[in-house]
Design a binder for this molecule. Structure first.
Ligand SMILES: Cc1ncc(COP(=O)(O)O)c(C=O)c1O
Length: 389
């Protein structure tokens, strides 16, 4: 069709307008797309693996999504990474891709709560056997493997109670039985624990936390070191249709550029506050992997190259639930809210009653240390503790 014959309504969609070429900047463009164009009819294909077939459909990734995936993969030293719309989506993708009816999966008692809920509800409903092991199991986990065990999860340190696991021992026992080992590596931001060097087969992270870094997005990653496992994960990701937003991926790419300085800052500040809290008469235990009072501290020393900003404190026996909640409410700089890894410090009280978890009950509070001045945070903790009388 000749240009001049185009109606203005057609020009809105098929424009001949031009902008100068050759633009370069330091930021990754946000490529939003459902439809991806093919050069000709015979080139059209609906396959998901864009590294093999090129770009075919927005659901399987645009250059923005795939750049984030490639950079996470580079940091974790895997084969390939899949980006999901949140950490929980990464967890469910792993379960659904690698398990089938009749299989058995093992999870540590300290696993992130919604991971446990997914296993107990969805997996059991689809005929998967689910059981739990003590986070300090190490090599003794081998006695818990069944004929049909396919997957063992690790999360180190564990959610809230912060037990550092003997991942290499668990991996060795798993591999002897042909069982795959998966790690939720969110606490270490995929940086301070080299999962694949310690034998893990598949890692996931909630990029929502440290990579995002500003509490304004939800994203997850799943990284495999074996091409066949990546294939299984990618194919399931296609059928589940859980694509991540390129806008969020571009924020995560920006967050990633400052990850090193943010991690260093929260590590130093959290460690100073954890050591200070350890000396306080109200506190019985500080569950920070870099302190000897944390279960598995020696394993952290052996296997990790750093610590991040999340740890828990346990009040002494005798402190009531009301007092612990009053402490959290008295904090002025630590906000109350889920999801950590941003710039703002957070506090959350828990009430653990499972006989399989340590008997901290209502006395445990998880702290996330953000980027505020350490002295101000210390003063805030001091005034909140003093308010308990
Ligand atoms: C250890 C851990 N894994 C996974 C998740 C889930 O991440 P998201 O909130 O992005 O779904 C969280 C979130 O709190 C977490 O703490």
């Amino acid at each position: 069709m000749a240009k001049t014959t185009k109606d203005w309504k057609t020009r809105l969609i098929h424009s001949d307008a031009h902008v100068p070429e050759g633009f370069r900047s330091l930021s990754t463009p946000v490529y939003r797309a459902s439809t991806v164009l093919f050069p000709q009819a015979s080139a059209a294909t609906d396959q998901w693996n864009q590294h093999v077939v090129g770009y075919t459909y927005g659901l399987y990734g645009t250059p923005t999504t795939l750049e984030l995936a490639a950079k996470v993969c580079e940091l974790e030293k895997g084969f390939r990474t899949i980006i999901t719309p949140g950490g929980q989506a990464a967890i469910s993708l792993i379960h659904l891709a690698l398990l089938k009816s009749g299989d058995h999966v093992l999870l540590p008692e300290s696993i992130y709560g919604p991971n446990r809920n997914f296993a107990n509800d969805v997996l059991r409903r689809f005929g998967v056997e689910v059981s739990y092991y003590p986070p300090d199991a190490g090599a003794t986990i081998s006695s818990l493997f069944r004929e049909n065990t396919r997957l063992v999860w690790c999360e180190s340190p564990g959610s809230i109670t912060m037990e550092v696991q003997d991942v290499p021992a668990i991996v060795e026992a798993a591999h002897r039985r042909g069982v795959l080992a998966v790690l939720d590596n969110t606490w270490s931001a995929g940086i301070y624990f080299d999962a694949f060097a310690h034998g893990i087969d598949v890692t996931m992270q909630a990029l929502t936390k440290y990579v995002g870094g500003h509490s304004d997005l939800l994203l997850g990653s799943v990284t495999a070191r074996d091409p066949a496992i990546f294939e299984r994960l990618g194919q399931t990701h296609q059928w589940l249709g859980c694509a991540a937003s390129p806008d969020d991926c571009s924020l995560a790419l920006r967050g990633m550029k400052t990850l090193a300085v943010r991690l260093k800052a929260v590590e130093q500040s959290a460690l100073e506050l954890a050591r200070w809290l350890q000396e306080r008469p109200e506190i019985e235990l500080v569950l920070h992997p870099a302190l000897p009072s944390c279960p598995g501290h020696q394993l952290w020393q052996r296997d990790f190259t750093g610590a991040t900003g999340l740890f828990s404190i346990v009040f002494r026996q005798g402190f009531s639930k009301e007092q612990v909640l009053a402490f959290v409410d008295a904090l002025q700089l630590f906000a109350v809210g889920y999801s950590w890894g941003g710039v703002t410090s957070l506090a959350m009280a828990y009430d653990l009653h499972s006989p399989k978890r340590p008997a901290y009950q209502h006395r445990i509070v998880r702290l996330y240390v953000g980027l505020e001045s350490t002295d101000d945070l210390k003063a805030d903790l001091a005034q909140a503790l003093a308010s308990l009388g």
